[in-house]
Design a protein around this ligand. Structure first.
Ligand SMILES: *Cc1c(COP(=O)(O)O)cnc(C)c1O
Ligand code: SF4
Length: 338
């Protein structure tokens, strides 16, 4: 008898991988799916090849039809403004390339090391500071994590390992569970953190395989999600968050402040309230990293500070994120005063 929990459940290809493979990868297909004017100016094909469009259907379903100003659509639409060369916007805006060790390890801050697990993402966000990152040599998961573990073992002050990318949840659970097991055998490592946008754009990723190894791990687990707008949280995302919390995961959020997308105080109030309603605490609000191709998303520091003042006047302190900027060479993210 098949009770739905037989071992065969774990042998088939997970549904999320099929959904990921079906993500939209051509601008025209996105416009068609949303009923938006096909003449909307897009980035030229050559530049698009360097950083293609990628959007899962489950994310598109949360966009308003026929609205080119939709805050979710604008995060993924390759506008022709990306071709503009704006002074001050460069390829390695946060100085990560100088810090990268073999095994994909970036150890910039005390006690915690970030691992570039994979270059893949479930969605390509047009403002992404890693859009020019040369991932080829750095994917930690590729060599069974061997080089990553060697690099981590070289410094036992590292108590927390942060899987980032790309997006670590683009990797299979076999790969991730193997890494978690290796960390568990190192008694000085206490926390495993995942920086991911996958449960948001593809909530089906949070399935029984993922929650099984998370729940089983002795490590303290933190998932830092990346949600920029309240509309990104639908019922499926709420369920994914509940399942992660049931597996013993602490949920935090980091957002990026984006012009025309979430740069009104009201947008941020709604975001914080919606996050908390599904069990996520706001953690960081990042001002944009000055990466070339993303200048049209930039919000001035002055405006960012006025949004923070508006938030603090409206919300309990635990729903006010920290406004931060990534500055190369600093021992932590830099808090912006407001
Ligand atoms: C952001 C970041 C971290 C994590 O910083 P927290 O303040 O602990 O969230 C760690 N390492 C690197 C390289 C980072 O960029
Ligand atoms: S999911 Fe994160 S790493 Fe991937 S494109 Fe978006 S912002 Fe960049």
């Amino acid at each position: 008898m098949d009770d739905g929990l037989a071992p065969t459940e774990f042998s088939a290809r997970p549904a999320w991988q099929t959904a990921l493979a079906q993500a939209i990868t051509r601008p025209a297909d996105l416009l068609t799916a949303l009923g938006i004017d096909p003449a909307l100016p897009a980035l030229d094909t050559e530049r698009l090849r360097d950083f293609p469009i990628r959007v899962p259907h489950s994310f598109i379903a949360r966009m308003r039809r026929g609205d080119a100003q939709d805050p979710l659509f604008r995060q993924v639409w390759p506008s022709n403004q990306e071709a503009e060369d704006v002074p001050g916007f460069t390829a390695d805006a946060v100085g990560d390339l100088h810090k990268l060790k073999t095994g994909g390890v970036i150890h910039k801050y005390h006690g915690r090391a970030l691992v570039i697990a994979t270059g893949a993402c479930a969605v390509n966000c047009r403002y992404c500071f890693r859009r020019h990152f040369p991932y080829g040599d750095t994917m930690a998961a590729r060599g069974q994590w061997r080089e990553t573990l060697v690099a981590l073992d070289a410094d036992p002050s590292i108590e927390e390992v942060i899987l980032s990318g790309g997006d670590p949840l683009a990797l299979t659970d076999d790969k991730l569970a193997a890494f978690a097991e290796a960390l568990e055998s190192r008694p000085w490592i206490r926390r495993l953190r995942l920086h991911t946008r996958v449960p948001v754009v593809l909530p089906a990723r949070v399935d029984a395989r993922l929650t099984a190894w998370l729940r089983a791990s002795r490590l303290q687990k933190v998932v830092v999600l990346h949600i920029n707008h309240a509309n990104e949280i639908d019922d499926a995302v709420a369920t994914a968050c509940r399942d992660l919390r049931d597996a013993g995961v602490t949920l935090l959020n980091q957002a990026v402040l984006l012009r025309g997308i979430n740069d009104a105080t009201e947008d941020q109030v709604k975001l914080s309230e919606r996050l908390f309603s599904v069990g996520i605490l706001p953690y960081y609000l990042h001002v944009l990293d000055r990466v070339s191709g993303a200048a049209h998303f930039d919000v001035s520091d002055k405006h960012a500070q006025s949004i923070m003042q508006g938030l603090a006047a409206r919300l309990p302190g635990y729903l006010v994120p920290r406004l931060v900027r990534e500055i190369a060479g600093e021992p932590a993210k830099t808090l912006l005063p407001w």
